[in-house]
Design a protein around this ligand. Structure first.
Ligand code: SF4
Ligand code: SF4
Length: 350
């Protein structure tokens, strides 16, 4: 085994030691011709490789979240796994730096390029962990555009560290082994309509083609997953957001709708899970994780997927009580709860 093979094994082992369930290596060659967010040089001008890895979210928290029984577990776990993943990226990067290879960590989430039109609000990451992950064989693209793994589904957090070391690349997985069967439950579980039902995005990275549902404006997910609103257009179920501002139809309507919902968002009490999530683009900077349905519904077992979809759609509608706590109730009860509020209180929700 030569030096670079040994080093490649070591950095992947650092990730495994920190809890990664899949690791891989992408290089400038295996990423060649990919979208701009696969350019390692954006993070490190002399970069040659990236170590990529996935940490699982705790499956035990997911179903009580989807049934709208308990939002705390998923929020706490999300915060901790993101922190672990970014920490592993830092460990790998510093290990390689110590070995004489210039390297840089890439934080898992909530960091965006400032030097593009729209600045950070464009939500273009320094590097796309997703693209690096599918090209290096961490997982497949599901139709959702999320990276899915055989045992863990889409419930993973991805991380990367970029280095000038010429590590040994790993190959993309065989598309035949992708469990995504096009069930579209990810789309049905998304109140925002982020994923286009009738259009796909094709990307070629290092000569390998990948396809997933075209993502419409990210303002859709910002509006719903960001917690500005949460009531599905059917009125029958919601995310963990107690707000019910209308969900528009066209992409162009989403950003103005989101802007309208900012003040009410600021005025609503936040949840205290003991693990505050801060996000630089969120009004007031405090984020409560309210959705993630496309990620959580996508279990490798189709029967579990169907059960989880039923949990989302039969779990009722979330309301906020006077003490700021959240509770899921039948849709009619939610309507009556809102109707009984005075105008000022009600304006925080609809
Ligand atoms: S929910 Fe179904 S269609 Fe969507 S990514 Fe998962 S398996 Fe594919
Ligand atoms: S996180 Fe929620 S709103 Fe965002 S794309 Fe997934 S299901 Fe849709």
């Amino acid at each position: 085994m030569d030096k670079m093979e040994r080093l490649s094994n070591t950095v992947r082992d650092i990730a495994v030691g920190g809890g990664a369930v899949a690791t891989g290596i992408a290089t400038t060659a295996t990423l060649a011709g990919g979208p701009p967010s696969t350019e390692l040089s954006y993070v490190l001008p002399r970069a040659k490789s990236a170590v990529v890895f996935a940490l699982p979210l705790d499956q035990d928290n997911i179903e009580s979240f989807l049934k709208k029984e308990d939002p705390a577990g998923v929020n706490i776990d999300n915060r901790r796994v993101n922190t672990m993943t970014s920490g592993i990226a830092l460990e790998i990067s510093e290990y390689l730096n110590m070995k004489g290879f210039e390297s840089a960590p890439v934080i898992s989430n909530a960091v965006y390029r400032k030097d593009v039109p729209g600045g950070p609000y464009s939500e273009m990451p320094p590097l796309s962990h997703r693209y690096l992950a599918v090209r290096s064989g961490i997982g497949h693209f599901g139709l959702s555009g999320n990276v899915i793994l055989d045992r863990y589904g889409a419930a993973v957090i991805l991380g990367s560290a970029v280095t000038a070391a010429e590590l040994v690349p790993t190959e993309a997985l065989d598309p035949e082994d992708n469990y995504c069967d096009g069930c579209r439950l990810c789309m049905s579980a998304c109140a925002s309509g982020l994923m286009a039902a009738d259009d796909t995005t094709d990307v070629t990275i290092g000569g390998v083609e990948f396809t997933y549902a075209c993502r419409r404006t990210y303002s859709r997910c910002d509006y719903v997953c960001g917690g500005f609103t949460g009531l599905h257009p059917s009125g029958k179920w919601s995310t963990w957001s107690p707000a019910r501002f209308p969900i528009p139809e066209t992409d162009e309507e989403f950003y103005p709708a989101l802007m309208e919902a900012v003040e009410p968002y600021r005025n609503r009490p936040r949840q205290e899970f003991g693990c505050n999530i801060y996000h630089p683009l969120v009004p007031g900077n405090r984020l409560d994780f309210t959705c993630g349905h496309c990620q959580f519904v996508c279990h490798p077992d189709k029967e579990v997927r169907k059960q989880r979809y039923r949990m989302i759609t039969s779990g009722g509608v979330v309301i906020q009580l006077e003490d700021g706590s959240l509770k899921a109730v039948p849709p009619e009860e939610a309507t009556a709860h809102l109707a009984a509020m005075d105008e000022k209180a009600r304006s925080m929700y609809e």
